[in-house]
Unconditional design. Sequence first.
Length: 337
Amino acid sequence: MKMKLAAIAAIVAPVAFGGAAQAADPFVVKVAYTAPATSPTWTKYWSAWTDKVNKESGGTIEIQPFHGGRLANMANMYDRLSKGVFEVGYGLQAMIGGKFPKTAVSELPFLAAYGRDAAAALWRLQELGLLGDEYAEVHPISLFVYPQISLQLNKPVKTLEDMKGIKLSVSGKVAADIMQSLDAVAVAMGPADIYQAASRGVIDGAAMQWTGVLQFKIHEVTKYHLNVQLGSSAGYMLMNKDAYAKLPAKGRSVLDANSGYAVSRAFGAALDGIAEEQYATVSKMSGHTMASLDAKELERWVARVTPLIDEWAKATPNGEKILAAFKAEVAKSMAMK
């Protein structure tokens, strides 16, 4: 009888307690990503980053991307992230009016030629506490900056006088201020709306980085491309603070190791590469003109927008210190290999 009971126990035990023996289900981290899975920002950086984090976490967390605006768009991304609709969101600070005035230092013109260096500087400012409580409600994974804005136009622009009255799409207040300082008319709209607006003559072109020209087909409605450093756009990969606190210890450790300065700077470099590739592709297309300002004309443009930089520093709390620190961190990043 004892032998029979022992045999039964040997069979029942794995069934009764099998759940405890198995590994716990991973903590699912939903990522709201507005661009499609085919976008270069995903395929050239965040896809590999996701695979790396999932692998290193050893099954403790599982990052699941939701592409193409299925969970949020740029306008409501931060709000839905804060409310816990998803765990991580990818977006632009400029789309959240009044929330990130100090972060806007990275959007000013002629301060950083490359997204890599601007991204490194922006993260460092946050790390040093110079951005105040702008990110207190969330947990930053990466703060990055796109390459400088160029002008994608349907007509030639060679001088400041040519800018007068030209209607250009912009994605944020700083970009709008820059265009207005150059006597252009700033029209606020998202990149997905530019194609139709330009094709219908609502705008004469777009003030936008080369990172989005091909996927939004801007090259089909603009043929004159003026390369000039007219500011930028800051971006973020942020996590809901409560969700971060609930991560299993190993998963949190892995996420921390794949966040911060190095990740921000590396993604900034990836954005630079995307911009260079798209520029090269369009430059080989028939009918397109790739233009730059001559040295004297460039000095005129710099002189025109410099007061805007000074005004930003004066109007922003601790603005002058933030601006000086941003420039210094850009220089440090430029000196790195």
